[in-house]
Ligand binder design. Structure first.
Ligand SMILES: [Zn+2]
Length: 398
């Protein structure tokens, strides 16, 4: 028996007036997920533990079977794992955004967490210059993709800096940066770095983008996950456009499969992901296929696009995989990592709906796959990180 684990990031949401009181999951056309829900186990899982931020990093770590309360050290460390950076256990790894602020002082406002979705071609030389001019024994800048980069603070994990609490910049769009600047000011070195970077970013010979500040956040010790195969006895792969999923895969020694044209948006290469999953399953046991589209549409507050993203997930990922694997013995897990409700435009703590479908699974009898139907069965996994082992047990794989 092989396991296909399908994640529509941010798929869950709340009822909307503009959809006549339906959620985007209910409004989407999802005959495949509906049928799998009817014939499978349906419930909800608390992927984000109480007291933690409902980020994709925390939630997907849970889905992969690792307790975030034990293993999650920050967003930066997961992305460093995606890049395969060599780190020491006492390094402090920051995620580093290039951002646009109205002004870099306590009256400042966060204008754009992405510097107008800066391209890698423009951002890479900027971060390389920051490293050239400001990198030293204490700090090292690593260019990443678009607006997402890394800053490694040598031996910083034991400094008070490790405890500084900086808002993720995408959570404070058009809001004050006062509290964050106060937090930065507690570290004299970081404070200097911020203002020295500002000078460099202000040089039009170096930086032609909207970026006018660095924004280090999400810091922590290097990520150290158990080996996936040792833990679950499965040769697994992750397939995703998103760095943090690749980081989780790398850190747990799973295969990380890159698919050309996987964008994380509505227009992603669905067929390429399906093909990559089928190819990997020929010789191996487990694929974790992650689609980012519904989450992006939730952040954008676009109802029609989110409905379409969920419809496409069913039609272009779930359907072709079911068709191609109809003669194989497959157990399916279908879920989302967290809700990204249109009305909130950000992630929430709600327990996520899931389907487990395969030999040995009782039929829930629900008539569709939705937030409501999943909650109606009364099955709730309070520890979301147990969903995978729960599913493996139900299908007789553990
Ligand atoms: Zn997510």
């Amino acid at each position: 028996m092989k396991i296909v684990y399908l994640i529509a990031d941010g798929m869950g949401g709340y009822p909307l007036d503009e959809l006549g009181g339906k959620t985007t999951m209910e409004a989407a056309v999802t005959p495949n997920m509906d049928e799998m829900a009817k014939n499978g186990i349906v419930g909800v899982a608390q992927t984000v533990p109480e007291g933690m931020q409902p980020g994709s990093d925390v939630a997907n770590m849970s889905l992969l079977g690792f307790d975030p309360a034990e293993y999650h050290t920050g967003r930066g460390p997961i992305e460093a794992a995606a890049q395969g950076l060599k780190l020491d256990p006492d390094d402090l790894v920051w995620r580093l955004n290039l951002v646009t602020v109205s002004q870099l002082n306590i009256d400042g406002i966060m204008r754009d967490y992405s510097s107008g979705h800066i391209s890698s071609e423009v951002s890479r030389p900027v971060v390389e210059t920051l490293q050239e001019r400001l990198g030293d024994d204490r700090y090292k800048f690593y260019p990443g993709i678009q607006y997402r980069h890394l800053l490694v603070q040598k031996d910083g994990a034991n400094d008070p800096d490790a405890e500084i609490n900086i808002n993720p910049p995408h959570d404070i769009t058009d809001k004050s940066i006062k509290l964050d600047l106060r937090a930065y000011s507690r570290s004299p070195f970081l404070w200097d770095l911020l203002f020295e970077s500002k000078e460099i970013l202000g040089d039009r010979g170096i930086n032609m983008s909207m970026a006018n500040s660095i924004w280090p956040w999400g810091q922590g010790r290097p990520l150290n996950l158990p080996d996936f195969k040792e833990t679950f006895g499965l040769d697994g792969a992750v397939i995703s456009a998103v760095d943090l999923i690749k980081g989780l895969g790398n850190a747990s020694n799973m295969a990380v499969i890159d698919v050309e044209g996987a964008t994380g948006l509505l227009d992603t290469n669905y067929e390429g992901k399906v093909e990559a999953a089928l190819e990997f399953l020929k010789e191996n046991d487990f694929v974790f296929v992650h689609l980012e589209g519904p989450d992006e549409c939730g952040h954008g507050g676009d109802t029609a696009d989110k409905v379409e993203a969920i419809t496409r997930f069913d039609a272009r990922v779930v359907a072709p995989l079911r068709e191609a694997l109809k003669d194989e013995e497959i157990a399916w897990i279908v879920t989302c990592d967290h809700f990204t409700p249109i009305v909130e435009r950000t992630h929430t703590m709600d327990a996520v709906p899931f389907i487990i479908n395969g030999t040995g699974c009782d039929a829930s009898g629900v008539d569709e796959f939705s937030e409501k139907s999943a909650n109606s069965t009364g099955l709730k996994l309070e520890k979301g990180f147990e969903l995978l082992s729960y599913a493996l047990e139900k299908v007789g794989k553990k």
